[in-house]
Design a protein around this ligand. Structure first.
Ligand code: GLN
Length: 535
């Protein structure tokens, strides 16, 4: 079969759930028996989101190969249950860097370098290569931003060109828009959708399908109107009402006939219907009344929950596996330093300290780890959450009040977390951390090994600092178990406290490998301990 391309664009406003829509569509097509590849194109100039503040961008999602990517890749991986690679996400910054690099080497032999064709050709090369690289039947490409943005124009121009180059019969445009609701008149409005389609048409693209997101029910008349004004077939106007359960989106799309329509219009040979039974059951399970487990998430960017997208999802997956509902109490680590927010921590059945950078709120996180240790409240530390657990242990158990990470205090006399030699000479911030998949051997009989049920695992990393092995023996004497180590024994990957119901923390980020149907073992173990120890 010729490779088919599905292009997702967004209209009206950002954050309409284009990524989730693309991910859910990818799942449906995989279920129909096709090999799918996914790619996200980000129009900003940063080379990757790795150096961006989570306030600006939400979570930085990390892949096996160490690529630091947009959080939509997390949706793709969780829904479709695939492992993506670096070529599944690129930015304008990467494209410009490549072209400017070539220009400096003299590759263009005196030519003038222009957006069209030089930048667009490089974008095209990258879009075209993912299908070949993965040997996919269908490539789903999501363009970040909203139609009408100046910066996404080169991307849209490429999609327009590709439609002619790979053949119109092999290309399908899905435009995801938002229908605002006017409370005073009780009406849903289609005008912004019409305008965004007009903007898309002005650059030569007519959408084949419109997925219209709304917080309120959308009737047939509204759909007819969209079909008429936006020049798409009636069956290709898909209203999608906000669901309280994220994982219901593929079911909604399937019920709306999206996969049937795609298979027919793109003339794809599908041998089977999508088996959505497991997803149906998952959603039903989510909706069943269950008792609640309260988890205090002590972080730095808690106002913007997107900054902890994968952690939140992993907690939900683990809760479901334990047949409970998770209620996350978002706690500002810096508040704890000012004696605020402690009620949430004290009421919680479990405490989670996620990853983070920079010193703001560090002492608050250390206090949260101390509380969990002293009160024997289940604790899960992720990356920085492991580092603060070690700092607290050094201060509170080993009596080294000066213990710290050299990230926060360069003059600490007891730097339990420190830079490895190979990190010391690095001056560039972007893409230079320990990134991606690394193996970890588990210590027999440890809580980590019991949770995983295997001896060796591979997990995704994103950090610069490591546990300082100089202090390992002291820690062991004090009752800390190094339950996960790199195979050469040099890097600490998991620590846990022996005399505690569940105080386990990893240097890696387990949240990136949790899937709705395959919850991550460390999260499941943590949630079970929190459930069993409920107040
Ligand atoms: N700031 C810490 C480091 O670089 C932790 C990083 C993280 O939590 N992702 O090692």
């Amino acid at each position: 079969m010729t490779t088919k391309y599905l292009f997702f664009t967004g209209g009206v406003v950002s954050s309409v759930g284009k990524g989730v829509t693309a991910a859910a569509t990818g799942l449906l097509l995989r279920e129909r028996g096709f090999k799918v590849a996914v790619q996200k194109l980000d129009p900003y100039i940063n080379v990757d989101p790795g150096t961006m503040s989570p306030y600006q961008h939400g979570e930085v999602y990390v892949l096996d190969d160490g690529a630091e990517t947009d959080l939509d890749l997390g949706h793709y991986e969780r829904f479709i249950d695939i492992r993506l690679s670096r070529s599944s996400n690129f930015t304008s910054g990467q494209v410009y860097a490549e072209i400017i690099g070539k220009e400096r080497r003299g590759d263009f032999l005196g030519g003038t370098i222009q957006v069209i064709p030089h930048i667009t050709n490089e974008i095209k090369r990258r879009v075209a290569s993912i299908g070949k690289e993965t040997n996919a039947d269908v490539v789903l490409v999501e363009v970040g931003g909203t139609v009408g943005d100046i910066e996404s124009q080169p991307f849209l121009e490429v999609l327009r060109q590709l439609r002619n180059e790979v053949g119109r019969e092999n290309v399908f445009f899905i435009h995801v828009t938002w229908l605002p609701y006017i409370k005073a008149t009780g009406e849903i409005k289609t005008k912004p959708t019409q305008h965004s389609v007009a903007a898309l048409r002005s650059i030569g693209i007519s959408p084949n399908m419109i997925i219209a997101r709304s917080d309120y029910p959308v009737d047939g008349e509204i759909c007819d109107k969209i079909a008429l004004f936006c020049d798409v077939e009636k069956e290709a106007v898909v209203p999608m009402i906000t669901s309280d359960v994220l994982y219901e989106v593929p079911l909604l799309l399937e019920q709306a006939g999206v996969d049937d329509y795609l298979v027919e219009k793109l003339n794809m040979k599908s041998t089977r219907k999508a088996d959505m039974q497991p997803w149906q059951e998952l959603v039903e399970h989510v909706r069943q009344p269950k008792s609640t487990v309260k988890i205090a998430l002590v972080g730095k960017y808690v106002e913007l929950q997107d900054a902890y997208m994968s952690v939140r999802e992993a907690l939900k997956h683990a809760a479901l596996a334990n047949d409970v509902e998770v209620e996350i109490g978002w706690v500002h680590a810096a508040d704890l330093e000012k004696d605020k927010g402690w009620d949430v921590v004290q009421n919680a059945d479990g405490i989670l300290v996620p990853g983070g950078f920079g010193s703001r709120g560090i002492e608050g996180k250390i206090l949260a780890a101390r509380y969990a240790r002293e009160k024997k409240v289940p604790y899960l530390g992720l990356c920085l959450g492991m580092q603060v657990m070690c700092i607290d242990f050094a201060r509170g158990v080993l009596n080294h009040e000066d213990a710290n990470s050299s990230e926060f205090d360069r003059s600490s006399e007891y730097p339990v977390i420190d830079l490895m030699l190979d990190q010391r000479s690095i001056t560039d911030m972007g893409g230079t951390m320990r990134l991606g998949l690394y193996p970890c051997e588990l210590k027999k009989g440890s809580k980590a090994a019991k949770a995983y049920g295997v001896e060796k695992v591979e997990e995704r990393h994103r950090h610069r600092f490591e546990f300082n092995n100089h202090y390992k023996t002291d820690f062991e004497k004090g009752g800390m178990v190094f339950s996960g180590m790199s195979p050469d024994g040099k890097l600490v990957e998991i620590v846990e406290i022996e005399d505690h119901p569940f105080m386990v923390a990893s240097q890696f980020h387990p949240e990136f490998l949790s899937r709705p149907m395959k919850p991550h073992p460390l999260f499941v173990g943590f949630m079970k301990a929190a459930r069993d120890g409920r107040k």
